[in-house]
Design a binder for this molecule. Structure first.
Ligand code: CA
Length: 234
């Protein structure tokens, strides 16, 4: 993702989608004073177009909007695998709406009315989370995988993996506990052209275990008999 290379002295780009101009005006002013570069849209359809086609560091999204509502904008962005942090603004304190938002991949929400300082604090918190360790490093047990530098460590010691081994480990680590079938793994790591009856997956799993597992104790990668493999959940 391009965002990783961003210089820290660039102004953070915020997209604010809010139809009540009274609110969007005061939020824009407050954010601009805090040094953010703010783009405002007062309509859900326009807000979605901006969010889908331009790069922002964070999106502040009202739920009740003319045109597309905030939750459908969020759903569409996540369907397109856009990982930009999203903070929802909710008019009501309806638990359902907030839960739906968080389930759809919102990073945080703020209930109106709110102080702009509170919004700034939330923006800074989601920015720290999204640019920090959480998204660049995957962990399981004492194994860490840095997706940017592609360094793998076990108990802090570097482990050398081949390209395929890395791809396989990364795939499994994306969702610890989830079982991946051999065919899924083949398709993802080797591509559709590979014969699904090959034992490539099993061979690579054995290699990963050799490199990553402690001399005794349970393997990081669990075999689910008749199905496939998963990363053992802590
Ligand atoms: Ca609204």
């Amino acid at each position: 993702m391009g965002e990783w290379g961003r210089c820290y002295n660039d102004a953070m780009k915020v997209l604010l989608v809010e139809d009540e101009t009274r609110i969007s005006d005061f939020v824009k002013k407050g954010l601009a004073e805090a040094g953010f570069d703010v783009t405002v849209s007062n309509h859900g359809d326009e807000g979605y177009e901006l969010a889908a086609n331009q790069t922002f560091d964070v999106i502040v999204l009202d739920i009740m909007l003319p045109g597309r509502d905030g939750l459908s904008i969020l759903r569409q962005l996540r369907d397109q695998r856009k990982a930009v942090p999203v903070i929802l603004l909710t008019a009501r304190t309806t638990l359902d709406e907030r839960l739906e938002g968080l389930n759809l991949g919102a990073d945080d929400y703020l209930t109106k009315p709110f102080y702009v300082e509170e919004l700034i604090a939330r923006i800074q918190a989601v920015m720290r989370r999204s640019s920090g360790e959480k998204l660049t490093t995957l962990h399981a047990g004492d194994v860490s995988v840095n997706l940017v530098t592609r360094e793998v460590t076990r108990s802090g010691e570097p482990v050398h993996l081949t390209v395929r081994e890395f791809a396989l480990l990364e795939y499994l680590l994306r969702t610890p506990g989830r079982v991946y079938a051999r065919t899924q793994i083949i398709e993802h790591v080797w591509g559709y052209d590979f014969d699904p009856t090959t034992n490539l997956v099993d061979v690579h799993i054995q290699r990963l275990r050799k490199k990553l597992d402690p001399p005794e104790g349970e393997s990081l990668i669990e075999t689910v008999r008749g199905v496939g493999y998963r990363i053992r959940k802590d």
